[in-house]
Design a protein around this ligand. Structure first.
Ligand code: NDP
Length: 266
């Protein structure tokens, strides 16, 4: 695997779960990792401690990804400290579940503004920096990488979660259209769509015996994923070994997108 030494990476929503796992995995590669968080400073500090212990360096930075000025400040501080940016992991995300008829505008707006608009705002800052780097005539491998942490619900409809599924479906076209636009500038844009990964976002599902059993029925590979399953793919997808891949989604889902109901002849 290509080494990420000296590379500078921003991971949004890195105070827990998948973002934390990804930040630590880049730490193991010796990278500079900016640990963004929203409310959980303690979680962010724990991520930073772990990634430093693993061989990396970095800092924590509070920012709401749905707020333009806060996103600008996150990128400006990163540039000030490390001069440039190599990889953006757009990971921050939330759920606000409700039946459709009862979904409030606030529940709709919060999810879209974090999961979709927030990813747009961060990606735009990253692209501006990568285009600036490209202006000096970059040759060889990509000069910048963006990875969206999306979801299997960019493909699988999800009743009771229309706001969440819409945000992830939107990310699919954001990722692909952006990948097309910036490929000639040697900027790569991809997504990782996890299936069920045990984190805070879905704790009520995996921590309860009965719902855990029901969930496993949706996973042909018969196990719930861990943040590390996603983190390993993110490191590879941001590295030079995957340099010819852009505009693609990698489903890290134990086969959840394979129509599990057909596993025994339908
Ligand atoms: P967690 O709840 O563990 O982590 C969510 C992270 O997002 C936290 O660090 C949280 O920060 C951060 N966050 C939330 N809102 C904001 C905001 N406005 N600005 C900045 N950061 C914010 O969940 P996961 O690790 O599971 O989720 C990470 C991503 O993976 C999400 O995009 C989710 O949709 C996606 N995903 C997860 C799956 C799973 O099974 N776990 C499956 C498919 C996709 P803080 O706590 O500091 O407020």
């Amino acid at each position: 695997m290509a080494n990420q030494t000296q590379k500078t990476i921003i991971v949004t929503g890195a105070s827990s779960g998948i973002g934390q796992g990804i930040a630590i995995a880049f730490g193991r590669q010796g990278a500079n990792v900016v640990v963004n968080y929203h409310g959980d400073e303690e979680g962010a500090q724990s991520t930073l401690d772990q990634l430093i212990a693993a061989g990396g360096q970095g800092f924590i930075h509070q920012a709401d990804v749905s707020k333009e000025e806060e996103v600008k400040a996150l990128f400006a501080r990163t540039k000030q400290k490390y001069q440039t940016l190599d990889v953006l992991i757009n990971n921050a995300g939330i759920q606000k579940d409700s039946s459709f008829a009862n979904m409030s505008l606030d529940e709709w707006n919060k999810v879209i503004s974090t999961n979709l608009t927030g990813h747009f705002l961060c990606a735009r800052e990253a692209i501006q920096e990568f285009e600036y780097k490209n202006a000096s005539g970059a040759k060889g491998v990509a000069i910048g990488n963006i990875i969206f942490i999306s979801s299997v619900h960019d493909l699988i409809p999800w009743a009771g979660h229309v706001n969440y599924a819409s945000s992830k479906g939107g990310l699919l076209m954001l990722m692909k259209s952006l990948a097309l636009e910036v490929a000639p500038k040697k900027i790569r844009v991809n997504a990782i769509s996890p299936g069920a990964i045990a984190t805070d976002i879905n704790e009520e599902v995996w921590s309860d015996e009965e719902s855990r059993k029901k969930l496993i029925e949706l996973i042909p590979y018969q196990r719930i994923g861990e943040p590390e399953d996603v983190a390993k793919v993110a490191v590879w997808l941001a590295g030079e070994d995957s340099d010819y891949i852009t505009g693609t989604t990698i489903y890290v889902d134990g086969g959840m997108t394979l129509y599990p109901g057909f596993v025994d002849n339908g």
